[in-house]
Design a protein around this ligand. Sequence first.
Ligand SMILES: [Zn+2]
Ligand SMILES: [Zn+2]
Ligand SMILES: [Zn+2]
Ligand SMILES: [Zn+2]
Length: 232
Amino acid sequence: MKIGWNNGKGFLVLLFLSLNFVTARAQHQPSLGSTARLMDRALAAMASEKYQDANAHFREIIASNLPIPPEMPYYFAETLYQLGQYHNSDNFVRKYLDLNGFEGEHYTNARALLEKLADPMAAIRSCEFCDSRGYRYQTCTTCHGEGHTEQPCSLCRGHGVIGCSRCAGDGLVTKKNVFNIVEYFECERCSGEGRLTCTQCNGSLVEQGVCATCGGSGTLESETICDHLQTE
Ligand SMILES: [Zn+2]
Ligand SMILES: [Zn+2]
Ligand SMILES: [Zn+2]
Ligand SMILES: [Zn+2]
């Protein structure tokens, strides 16, 4: 009995010391407190439906590289939904559910948000005017959506003609007759001209190349959220 009491006292002292230690550590890390402050501000902004402000505060928490409060991904996903950033919202609400499962304080809300996201996510997948994140494609400014650009012909280098390869540009070809005497004939390939219309550009002096800006797709990514409607 006597031994047991002694052990108990020792444990209490140890617990008291370690609590003091935790408090001291927290006081020396004011940045953890700033996460809590940002979180409060974000939630207040959400309560007054200022989703853009709330979203900005959450982004500050993410940028701080400090531990993210466990419920934050859910709130963040809500603000993204309100701002029409459905793909991002879907991402974060799934992360929240993965991390917290049934234990999450907002498990039911998160499931409900995921359901609300089903339609907008399906709309993104079936839309040809936006990328997989739901951002509107913009017409490539270099090729104006053509996917290719014109450049000086690489074969004739802008001359429109190339030397005839059969007669080596002479216009004449030679043959030996039965008496082993060299006879000259007009080159039938170039009709004696010695040159041919460029086979690459057909004399247009330019050739079509894949647009380097868009890689031939004719479109570029943008930061504009797509409304999935065709516009002129
Ligand atoms: Zn020729
Ligand atoms: Zn050419
Ligand atoms: Zn292009
Ligand atoms: Zn779209």
